[in-house]
Design a protein around this ligand. Structure first.
Ligand SMILES: NC(=O)c1ccc[n+]([C@@H]2O[C@H](COP(=O)([O-])OP(=O)(O)OC[C@H]3O[C@@H](n4cnc5c(N)ncnc54)[C@H](OP(=O)(O)O)[C@@H]3O)[C@@H](O)[C@H]2O)c1
Length: 293
């Protein structure tokens, strides 16, 4: 199967390398061209524009940072829309809101192409290991056709129905995750300020009902103030923002998520946006000045 791949960030690089490793022919494009080099070393071809990728490949996957990047790659000059046509499929695996996904879907299908949104749950390591969870929605026929690629990229794929359902499910999952990371950070700070060992807290949490892979994996690095980016904090804050907007639309009160979003915004304002999202711990550590007023 020949597959196009647009966007070679943390996730896109790992995913396209996986496809190459499993015998797919892959043609890549990335805004910053130098990021294509490592893929070429592993056998990928490079195209000069998103349109050129679409022209060459029957199926093209995108893995881009946010709604504005996802829209730009489709609608701007030399974008996906210029070459998409009947018989071609476009699979956007970026995390975006359902409105963005619907706009892209309408444009692609308006030109006769097939569209699938397929955001993923799982971070850098699961992407490297082909262990993502794929949350697809849109054209079922396209979903069935690209299952061989999804089987390489993920450990499980869900087909969730109409366009928007994959985007919404992903935002719900990441809203829970962002709130959990804030509660965890507050716990670590509270333990330290109370004179307790943070390592002992990690050991105790890991033995009980609130044990989970995220705390286990991130905790030891967090207590050493190390935040190597697996899931960049700026993207987690984008997901909180989009999840809160989904809450607005559906009149769901989400005070926990709203507070978590504020902490991620504070972390961004401290220049931590390109660190792992666990760096919200650094923002939580800073005493709240308003409490002194
Ligand atoms: N990392 C994770 O753990 C994880 C897990 C699940 C889902 N996601 C989601 O997956 C997507 C990608 O995440 P990532 O961690 O791979 O992010 P990343 O490392 O920041 O990569 C972002 C990619 O988007 C491209 N891009 C950004 N703005 C663009 C624009 N205006 N036009 C064209 N390309 C643009 C970047 O190109 P340049 O190289 O030129 O900057 C890069 O290829 C995001 O939606 C994220 O929320 C991430």
């Amino acid at each position: 199967m020949e597959v196009g791949f647009l966007g070679l960030g943390i996730m896109g690089k790992a995913m396209s390398l996986n496809l190459l490793r499993h015998g797919f022919k892959v043609t890549v494009w990335n805004r910053t061209v130098s990021r294509c080099d490592v893929l070429v070393e592993h056998g990928a071809s490079v195209a000069e524009t998103p349109a050129a990728v679409i022209k060459k490949c029957k199926y093209t996957i995108a893995m881009l940072s946010d709604p504005s990047a996802a829209l730009s790659v489709v609608f701007d000059k030399d974008g996906v829309l210029e070459e998409i046509c009947s018989g071609k499929g476009y699979i956007d695996m970026s995390t975006v809101d359902s409105d963005t996904s619907s706009k892209i879907s309408e444009a692609i299908t308006g030109k006769g192409g097939y569209f699938l949104e397929a955001p993923v749950s799982g971070s850098k390591k699961p992407a490297e290991d082909g262990q993502l969870v794929i949350l697809a929605a849109g054209e079922k026929a396209l979903y069935d056709e690209v299952i061989p690629a999804f089987d390489v990229l993920g450990k499980k794929s869900f087909f969730l129905g109409k366009v928007g359902n994959g985007a919404k499910m992903k935002l719900v999952v990441n809203m829970i995750m962002g709130s959990m990371m804030n509660a965890f950070s507050e716990g670590l700070v509270l333990a330290e300020r109370s004179g307790l060992s943070q390592q002992t807290l990690l050991d105790i949490v890991d033995l009980g009902g609130i044990a989970n892979p995220m705390f286990k994996q991130k905790g030891p690095a967090m207590i050493q103030s190390k935040f190597p980016p697996a899931f960049p904090l700026k993207h987690q804050q984008k997901d909180m923002r989009l999840a809160l907007a989904l809450g607005d639309e559906n009149a769901v009160s989400m005070p926990v998520a709203a507070a978590a979003n504020e902490a991620f915004k504070k972390a961004r304002s401290l220049g931590l946006g390109d660190n792992d999202f666990s760096a919200v711990y650094e923002a939580v550590k800073i005493p709240d000045c308003s409490a002194d007023a």
